[in-house]
Design a protein around this ligand. Structure first.
Ligand code: GLN
Length: 304
């Protein structure tokens, strides 16, 4: 497969793009990002990789981090985790406070904020130093120690994250949060502030394309069953109330973040990350979705 040629075609097709759309602004620090940024990186199972644009530039991965914390949560709790979080698409925006009241505070899935905050509670409760352990995990699966939290982004979200604080309080009132509110949101705002490039993200997500094993050493990090569950959740819940549209357009399990990043995988085959900060009305990267639609159309490789 001539991936580089296909990526160059996508880059050319999108070179005269409209950059007038909106970037995320409810986290003040994210509003400062240059809206013209555009990069894509594909990592293949045979360790070859291809890219265009700003694929080595780091950006705020935001909700993409929910896949990493879910993997850590499953390593700690196995199938018991599903007593705390459900596995159904919500059809609601990422930061919705609905659908909790009648479910005893059980969020619909781990990829909406409510679900990710319950996972944060689990990690804060069970790990000695959750922030360091998350960094260690992401660095190990990426094979790259140059991955850090962006403290300015974390502080910016802490200063304005009333909705997330409200969610934790609400779920705690319903009985599905154990720890104190502040350490949970502090961990959550830090995980969202992780700064990574498309190159690093596509490498990290090879874990989910490679049955839970590291590509170079074949070291087992996650059970194949865990990977199956996480990939299924990315397929059905990775894009909030646009999960159906992403499946329909792209046909891969994936996860987006309001920083404008999207990661998607093809089991056994490849992992791809794309970044363009302009978001559509559902909070997913507009150009990122288009670029991924072109990738699976031009390669003819999707899970469907
Ligand atoms: N940190 C963001 C929030 O909680 C993440 C949202 C996202 O990327 N969809 O609001």
């Amino acid at each position: 497969m001539e991936y580089q040629k296909i990526l160059d075609t996508i880059h050319d097709e999108m070179s005269y793009r409209d950059v007038s759309g909106k970037v995320a602004s409810y986290i003040p620090e994210l509003a400062k990002v240059d809206r013209r940024k555009f990069g894509m990186h594909v990592y293949c199972g045979d360790n070859q990789h291809f890219n265009f644009g700003e694929s080595k530039e780091k950006f705020s991965i935001q909700s993409i981090s929910k896949v990493f914390t879910l993997a850590m949560g499953m390593r700690l709790m196995g199938e018991d985790l599903w007593d705390r979080v459900d596995v159904e698409p919500s059809g609601d925006p990422f930061n919705s406070l609905t659908q909790l009241e009648y479910e005893s505070g059980i969020p619909r899935n781990p990829f909406i904020n409510a679900g990710a905050l319950v996972i944060s509670d689990i990690l804060v409760d069970q790990l000695k130093d959750p922030k360091q352990e998350l960094l260690d995990f992401v660095r190990e699966i990426t094979g790259d120690d140059d991955i850090h939290y962006d403290k300015t982004v974390a502080a910016s979200e802490q200063a304005t994250g009333y909705r997330n604080v409200a969610l934790v309080n609400y779920i705690k009132a319903l009985g599905n949060i154990k720890c104190d509110v502040q350490p949970i949101v502090d961990f959550y705002f830090h995980q969202c502030s992780l700064a990574m490039s498309c190159e690093q993200l596509s490498k990290a997500f090879m874990l989910f394309a490679n049955r839970g094993r590291l590509l170079e050493t074949d070291k087992k990090i996650l059970k194949p069953k865990t990977v199956k569950r996480i990939n299924a959740l990315m397929q059905t819940c990775g894009f909030y109330d646009e999960a159906g549209e992403f499946s329909f357009q792209v046909g891969l399990p994936g996860k987006s973040g309001v920083g404008g990043g999207i990661v998607a995988i093809h089991p056994e085959n490849y992992s791809v990350a794309v970044w363009s900060p302009i978001l559509n009305e559902k909070g997913n990267s507009e150009l990122g979705m288009k670029a991924l639609e072109r990738l699976t159309t031009l390669t003819g490789v999707s899970v469907f």
